[in-house]
Design a protein around this ligand. Structure first.
Ligand code: DMJ
Length: 465
């Protein structure tokens, strides 16, 4: 089936007059020439990468302040997570020697059969997706073999009575645990599993994903909404509130559109459309002058809350890709208003006041993921300027001699820092930024498709090979 290419929007009146309509300080941020910004982003990425390679090579994550290491999945077990996450970012930046070094490590040391209870959702988006993107970038068949062996060890999680995956599986024994499953964990696998099916001809992966999606979609309320967590054994909602597009449901919706874009399955597109229109109808709240999404009882539409997680800011880009430029821009502007107020985004806010309800910053990529998506669609300089401001905020506040770190409190002055470079930083923030400014010949800007973890699952180019 043909997959969907990105359809750029014609420049709207708002786009053409972007300077006049820009809210807040983003308008006045002076923007150096693109090639200079791209070079700086690349150099900052390499600063973080060196921080990891010098003290934590072969471990999952680096603690760049103390020089320590972090096992992401299970204590005493490593998957070289930051290496796997970084491969296609290194590739688009032209760091071929580092790509080769990372692939060599994976081929020699990545162990898909460790005695570890792994979080299925994280294992799929980070490791399955990372190995697939690494394979697409390099053509090294052993990465695909490792990916397949690893995914085979995740499949027991999907053998529940409903098809909804248990949250955890032991890679060695296949023992499963965790039957109350957040919605994102139900569906955030169809892109990776669908691609793996395509590359191997083995239908088990895609079939497992589609069965899980069907199980959740069959449990929509009469308003067309879904809950937050569902029991993998009984199919009953264990937390029935609709909190879209916040975690822990966020990428369930993202993968409906992403699955359609990558695999061309119309069921996924149609489910995306019907859920999105229900969310816009029952959850959109413009009472503050900005577009936000309230939490509601999915059976009645009664409002339950007004919190918004930074992770939800990806939704501006998703609305854009799904063909709704008006709401996409509005939601992006809402988050830009938060960035007007804080040097880097706090983890959570109450959208009625924009007060931080969680003052940390986990080096999150979601806002700049939307900048990238919306810039690709519109080529509107507004998204470049706001992306640049995001970049300078990160560079000026979260850079340390050992790399880049999370923050404990973005409202403190000076900012109170934490001590971790989350592995997703190597997959996401610098990649989105670089692709916006670099005009990279290694990425097809028109047809490229990225996963929720920033893995380029379609559109990697290998010029000259
Ligand atoms: C990443 O692992 C992915 O973007 C995921 O979808 C949720 N968020 C984290 C980073 O914030």
């Amino acid at each position: 089936m043909a997959a969907a290419a990105l359809t750029p929007w014609p420049a709207s009146a708002a786009d053409r007059t972007a300077d006049a309509s820009d809210p807040g300080p983003a308008r006045t941020t002076a923007l150096p020439p693109d090639h200079r910004v791209a070079a700086e982003i690349r150099s900052e990425f390499l600063h973080g990468w060196r921080g990891y390679t010098q003290v934590a090579w072969g471990y999952d994550e680096v603690r760049p302040v103390s020089g320590g290491r972090n096992d992401f999945f299970a204590p005493g077990r490593t998957f070289g997570l930051s290496i796997v996450e970084a491969l296609d970012t290194l590739y688009v930046m032209g760091e071929d020697a580092e790509v080769a070094r990372g692939c060599d490590w994976i081929e020699a040391h990545f162990d898909p059969a460790q005695d570890a209870d792994v979080h299925v959702f994280e294992a799929v988006i980070r490791l399955v997706g990372g190995l697939l993107a690494g394979y697409l970038a390099t053509g090294r068949k052993r990465l695909l073999d490792r990916c397949r062996e690893f995914t085979d060890r995740l499949l027991p999680a999907f053998a529940s009575p409903t098809g909804i995956p248990y949250t955890h599986v032991n890679l060695r024994t296949g023992a499963v645990s965790g039957s109350s499953v957040p919605l994102a964990e139900v569906g955030t696998n169809v892109m990776e599993f669908g691609l793996l099916t395509r590359l191997t001809g083995d239908r088990r992966y895609l079939d497992a994903s589609m069965r899980a999606y069907r199980a959740a979609m069959a449990r929509r309320t009469s308003l067309g909404l879904l809950g937050t967590s569902i029991d993998a054994e009984t199919g009953r909602w264990t937390d029935p509130a609709s909190v879209a597009p916040n975690p822990p449901v966020d990428s369930f919706y993202e993968y409906l559109w992403g699955g359609w874009a990558l695999l061309g399955d119309r069921r996924l597109r149609d489910w995306y459309r019907s859920l999105t229109s229900a969310i816009l109808k029952h959850q959109a709240d413009t009472g503050t002058g900005h577009l936000w999404f309230r939490q509601v009882d999915p059976a009645t539409g009664r409002q339950l809350g007004t919190s918004q997680s930074e992770l939800a800011s990806f939704y501006a880009g998703l609305l854009g890709k799904g063909g709704d430029p008006r709401h996409a821009r509005a939601y992006y502007e809402s988050w830009t208003a938060v960035l007007d107020r804080y040097p880097v985004l706090p983890e959570g806010i109450d959208y009625r006041t924009l007060a931080a309800t969680d003052t940390g910053n986990q080096l999150r990529p979601e806002y700049v993921n939307s900048s990238f998506d919306l810039w690709r669609l519109t080529r509107d300089p507004y998204y470049k300027r706001t992306a640049y401001r995001y970049f300078t905020g990160m560079r000026d506040h979260l850079r340390v001699p050992g790399g880049y770190t999370i923050a404990a409190d973005v409202t403190a002055s000076p900012m109170r820092l934490g001590d971790l470079t989350p592995a997703y930083w190597f997959a996401e923030n610098p990649k989105y930024l670089y692709l916006i400014f670099a005009d990279s010949p290694r990425f097809d800007y028109r047809t490229g498709v990225l996963s929720t973890e920033g893995k380029i699952l379609k559109g990697l180019r290998r010029p000259g090979r």
